[in-house]
Ligand binder design. Structure first.
Ligand SMILES: Cc1ncc(COP(=O)(O)O)c(C=O)c1O
Length: 369
């Protein structure tokens, strides 16, 4: 089957570009003596997580939610770190189901009472739960402040059924900073502060072996921090226009990573001059004004063509030039933001040079708890 035989809208993954992105991040980690712990929140697809592991140099993968972690473990992934706190009885029960798979499941904590509840639950199912202390990189989302981290680490390390393995610090607010020098310097400042705590705790006798963090935007800077053990990068594998807008919007690239995903859409109405209506709107393509989708492939020349959302089901393609796009004509759009767009689709059509070679289910889709 070729791309032009697919129904629309469809999410397409260019396998050659995807492989290039995986190879590149693996090479960079290997050269710096680090591991990767790729974040599955980006793609919500256990098959992609397996491809990331197969590309090598991985400590495991990450999940944002406990339901995602359980799905990844049930799909056969050997080690999953949950990068948000797991709070409340229902979620802790799901965490126990993760432990019952027998595979490795780690979770971050930033609060003593939550850690005590996790310890009690792990004890009740006869397990020891590996945890990381989440450090707040002055972002105010999750994590404990730098000044309070050492004392909390020692208290958590004293809980009977937890094993404090290390620290997580993820500076989400820096990832898309357009000023590269500032992005890298700020990230290194925060990571050095975390590294100081990591070393301090080790010197005080805690057996820590994990210092994880970073995203695609700060990976290059954070690779230079000696204490960091692994990088929980996410977007690099498929990239998107938002990352490209940070560095090279014209060539759609970020530090040589390139967009592997596109949305295939087609024209369903042509009755208005200068524009046509396509079958992809908010339900197929996540909205962000930061990086509007660009037409990256079409049967006709593209300069001056522009896509805009037109409600839930539709988009408008504004065009310039002599020949109007015809009914049924296909276009590929670069994704503005990969994570929430992938979560709108059941499957990804994987292609090589226009030939559809596989279909990968977005099996973690909708798992938001
Ligand atoms: C905790 C955590 N780690 C890693 C990532 C991956 O970041 P990126 O997609 O920028 O590589 C994210 C993304 O939001 C995240 O929330």
């Amino acid at each position: 089957m070729r791309i032009c035989d697919l129904d629309t809208p469809s999410l397409l993954l260019d396998k050659d570009i995807f492989d290039h992105n995986l190879r590149l991040m693996s090479q960079r980690a290997r050269a710096a003596g680090k591991l990767l712990r790729p974040h599955a929140k980006t793609h919500k697809c256990s098959r992609i997580a397996k491809e990331q592991l197969a590309a090598g140099h991985c400590a495991g993968v990450c999940a944002a939610k406990v339901s995602e972690a359980l799905a990844l473990l049930c799909a056969g992934l050997p080690s999953v770190l949950i990068t948000s706190p797991v709070v409340g009885k229902l979620k802790i029960d799901h965490l126990c189901a993760c432990l019952a798979t027998g595979a490795e499941c780690l979770v971050v904590v930033d609060n003593y009472d939550n850690a005590a509840a996790l310890s009690a639950a792990a004890g009740a199912c006869g397990r020891t739960l590996p945890v990381l202390l989440d450090i707040d990189p002055e972002m105010g989302r999750t994590g404990v402040a730098f000044a309070e981290a050492p004392a909390l680490a020692h208290r958590i390390a004293g809980l009977e059924h937890l094993h404090l393995r290390g620290l997580q610090c993820y500076a989400g607010h820096l990832q898309h900073l357009p000023d590269c020098t500032r992005r890298q310097a700020e990230s290194q400042r925060l990571m050095r502060q975390t590294a100081q705590i990591y070393r301090g705790l080790q010197n005080e006798g805690l057996q820590l072996d994990i210092f994880t963090g970073t995203g695609t935007g700060t990976a290059a800077a954070d690779l230079k921090i000696a204490e960091i053990t692994d990088l929980q990068v996410g977007s690099y594998c498929v990239l998107d226009a938002e990352y490209a807008a940070v560095e090279d919007p014209q060539n759609l690239s970020f530090e040589d990573f390139r967009p592997a995903l596109t949305l295939l859409t087609s024209v369903i109405s042509t009755n208005i001059a200068g524009q046509v209506t396509v079958d992809a709107g908010l339900k197929a393509l996540y909205y962000t004004p930061a990086a509007p989708p660009r037409v990256v492939r079409a049967a006709q020349p593209l300069p001056g063509w522009r896509y805009d959302w037109f409600g839930d089901e539709h988009g408008t393609l504004f065009f310039s030039g002599q020949k109007a796009p015809a009914l049924g004509e296909y276009f590929e759009l670069c994704l503005p933001h990969c994570d929430p767009t992938i979560n709108l689709h059941d499957s990804i059509q994987v292609h090589q040079q226009g030939q559809v070679i596989e279909q990968w289910p977005v099996d973690l889709r909708g798992l938001g708890q």
